[in-house]
Write a protein that binds this ligand. Sequence first.
Ligand SMILES: [Zn+2]
Length: 292
Amino acid sequence: MSLSVHRRPTDEDSSSIVTTTDSDAFQPLSAAELAQQRTLRSERSNNVYPNVKITKWISVCGKCHVCHWLYNREERFKGEKDLIAIEEFMTLHRTMIEQERAAYYERRDLAKRYPNVYMSLILDGMSQSHCQIPHNGNKLSSTYKATQHVQGAKQHFFSKSFYRTFSHVSTGTNLACHVLLCEIKARLQYCLDNDVEMPSILFLQVDGGCENTSNTFHALCEQLVRDGVFNEIQVNRLPVGHTHEDIDALFGVLWRGLQNKTLMTPQEWEEAALNCFRSCDEVLNCLIYLFI
Ligand SMILES: [Zn+2]
């Protein structure tokens, strides 16, 4: 039961109510006027509170224990000497991450310059919470949900694909292996159709998910080399908590397009997903259903 209490209006109240018949008073502001107001507000805030600084959002890693350790100490130690030492550690850590990332970009660049020698592939799964149906825009989620899994595969300078499965297909190493084989098959087919050489070295970029670090996944890579599909396969991953890469940007395009829509059926989801890529510079080569 809900109870609402309303105060009886008095004569004083009525005197403070502004009534107007001038329709211009409620005209929406133009974009230029809004921008001007925003600038004025920002300047006023800077003048009144010059000591308040809004720190730009930076990627604070929740999984990297080094980042966690350093942020924790930054909060506890306030002495200048301590803060300088922490900053030095942080710079060292970030430099190490950047070097790892630079090595990934080098491998990607090799695949661009020598496509007949190198193939560079990154695999990752989209966040589970972004793949539920029905999807009610930014409103409350439904009690009954159908889950689906979207596995992204980006062959640098070749193709971008999403592999979509529903809850009856378990996600794990089997799925990761299957997607890997599908990608290799697609490249092989392209090479046969266009009479070009199949790359002999595969650079495989994955994150630390258990499906990518299992013995089965590594055994498949070894078997591919043993069977002569590749001469060499390099499986790489960025340090824990710093694995955000170009495949996540692809998921970002998808999520930005889907998040405010109401999607009730898998078919609506598919149509909306494909539309996300029609209206932006990114190109999705295929959306593949897997019913393994
Ligand atoms: Zn870190």
